[in-house]
Write a protein of this length. Structure first.
Length: 584
């Protein structure tokens, strides 16, 4: 049917929504229906372009949308009904907000006239998520749906990516109105700056040329800008040492001699030392997070700062930037390369590079094997990476296993690592791995999860089994909330209040996996580690869960205690590194 006056098609709001998703290129939506969103599920049933994946919990839908977005570079989409459906999306929305993941969350809302009456399943999801979304829409008329969806996809995926909420009232989904996919978006005030100011980049190049202890401090924004290649050119052209944050692992290869590793609370001595002793931080797409800086007042005390970020709000937020640059990391790096090439003077940083290489050699990442014959979690994770290779995608939960994954998996390629860096969301792993496998069906996707985290969202393995999403999940079972237990060991005199999960066969993870339609495997003996990983890699038609029963007391080192100065990094309990040669 078409509107005679305007020539526009007349559709129900629900049809407009599905049509809009098709126009926006959303090929997958993760969600669960319910009363308020139900009208939308009817035309969705007929769509040949949009695949809906019925998850088991809305939190799973949100993290799956994140995983999908992370591996495809597209906007991930999740959908839920009003009230509890929508509030179950709050955690993944906050997660996407903290880690700058492009996501559109669509929620049904009670009918317009019922808003504010405490109607059944009413929640002001727009109000609730206002501080954790890049933008949000409440749509009450069918003819506004196309514009809201088009704008939401544009906002989520451009500039600094992030989550956008589109809350649509049930009556808007049911009523009829004109459908017209907008050719132009009217978004006053939304103009992300991608092209950096040339004067600022020239200032940056001058500082780089004059520095004697520069460091490229690389964050997640560099990969998001698709600038890994340019970063390598810049690093190799200048010889400047590189540190890659938790969100940037793989953006610069770990095996590269200039890579000092990950900085921060559980970073390498070389990376932490590089930042602390630097005279110039070239911060690219990174946000001086407290887990990187430690005590801010003593962070990199001698360094000037060049800070390039697409989000002006990040610049000088935590640390004053001497040269602020607002722009897309790829454009900034490309301009820097051409200026430094034109200058053609090699930097005088040989002593500095030598000092850091020596530090890296003296304090390599390492671990002790338990002497009671039990499994070392670090060894298990390292072997998963070595046997599977750097081309796979790896998701993790939050805790020790996450930090061991960051330390011991092979980070050679950009974008292979999915984790909850900013929010630290237990439960992220399984659904994020599911979303990644949907986005990259031909790739191997491992989730490395903790026994605590796994118990938060493992039900999405049912979704994986039924929807043909054969992820591989390693449960690193240390029978405890390991990271919290580590803090109790170090800071609470080993008083283990409520961190013992007693996960010794309750649940029985392989049996639980089998019950969810997956293959369940277990390794308890170090001799079985490789064969069980090989077995998991040989099964590609159904999801696989491998439980690794590991030693309880393994810790993640190095560590900078929360709130302490990075200078007080410990490589093991009560063991500080010696900073020989620091008079540089
Ligand atoms: C949703 C949520 N609740 C609580 C925490 C606090 N927390 C951080 S790590 C951790 C322990 C995680 O345990 P597990 O999954 O077994 O991993 P491990 O540290 O043992 O590797 C907890 C409880 C959190 N990050 N997220």
């Amino acid at each position: 049917m078409s509107d005679q006056a305007t020539g526009a098609e007349v559709l129900t709001g629900a049809q407009s929504l599905v049509r809009s998703l098709e126009h926006a290129g959303a090929d997958v939506v993760f969600g669960i229906p319910g009363g308020a969103i139900l009208p939308a599920y009817d035309p969705l049933y007929d769509s040949t372009k949009v695949r809906h994946i019925l998850v088991r919990h809305e939190q799973g839908a949100g993290h799956a949308a994140e995983g999908y977005a992370m591996v495809t570079g597209k906007v991930g989409v999740c959908m839920a009904t009003s009230g509890p459906g929508a509030t179950n999306l709050v955690t993944p929305i906050a997660d996407a907000h903290m880690d700058s993941v492009p996501m559109v969350a669509i929620t049904g809302q009670v009918p317009g006239p019922s808003i504010g009456t405490d109607a059944f399943q009413e929640a002001d999801i727009r109000g609730i998520t206002m501080p954790i979304t890049k933008h949000s829409f409440l749509v009450t008329k069918p003819e506004d749906i196309a514009g809201a969806i088009a704008s939401a996809f544009h906002i989520a995926g451009t500039g600094r990516p992030g989550p956008v909420l589109v809350d649509i009232t049930k009556d808007a989904l049911q009523a009829k109105g004109d459908f017209e996919w907008p050719q132009h978006l009217d978004l006053p005030g939304y103009r992300p700056v991608t092209k950096p100011h040339s004067k600022q980049v020239r200032e940056a190049a001058k500082l780089i040329a004059a520095a004697s202890r520069p460091v490229l401090y690389v964050g997640g924004g560099v990969h998001k800008a698709g600038a890994a290649k340019e970063l390598k050119i810049l690093a190799e052209l200048t010889g400047i040492p590189v540190v890659t944050t938790l969100m940037a692992l793989g953006t610069f290869p770990d095996s590269h001699p200039q890579n000092m590793g990950m900085p921060g609370m559980h970073g390498t001595v070389a990376a932490v030392g590089a930042l602390q002793r630097s005279d110039l931080l070239i911060a690219l797409g990174t946000r001086f997070d407290d887990r990187v800086t430690g005590k801010l007042s003593s962070f990199a005390p001698l360094a000037k700062v060049i800070h390039a970020d697409i989000d002006p709000a990040e610049i000088s937020k935590n640390r004053h930037a001497d040269v602020p640059i607002v722009g897309d990391a790829k454009e900034v790096i490309t301009e820097l390369i051409s200026l430094l090439k034109a200058d053609d003077r090699p930097l005088d940083i040989a002593d500095w590079a030598h000092y850091l290489r020596d530090l890296k050699k003296r304090y390599p990442r390492g671990y002790d094997m338990p002497d009671d014959g039990s499994l070392s979690p670090q060894h298990v994770i390292q072997r998963i990476g070595e046997i599977t290779g750097p081309d796979a995608y790896y998701a993790s939960g939050v805790g020790q296993h996450q930090m061991w994954s960051a330390a011991f998996l092979p980070w050679e390629l950009p974008g292979r690592w999915l984790n909850s860096g900013g929010l630290g969301t237990m439960g992220y792993c399984v659904p994020a791995a599911m979303g990644a496998k949907v986005g990259r069906p031909d790739a191997t996707v491992w989730g490395i999860d903790g026994d605590g985290c796994f118990q938060m969202t493992n039900q999405e393995l049912v979704t994986c089994a039924l929807e043909g999403i054969p992820v591989k999940i390693a449960v690193i079972n240390n029978q405890s909330l390991g990271m919290v237990r580590q803090w109790q060991t170090l800071f609470y005199e080993s008083r283990y209040s409520n961190t013992d999960l007693k996960t010794n066969r309750i649940p029985d993870f392989p049996k639980l996996a089998e019950a969810m339609g997956c293959v369940g495997l277990r390794a308890e003996d170090p001799e079985d580690v490789d064969s069980v990983i090989d077995k998991a890699l040989s099964i590609n038609d159904v999801p696989v869960v491998v439980e690794f029963v590991v030693h309880k007391d393994a810790m993640i080192w190095p560590m900078v205690a929360a709130g302490a100065s990075n200078d007080d990094i410990q490589v093991a309990r009560n063991m500080a590194p010696t900073w020989d040669g620091e008079t540089l």
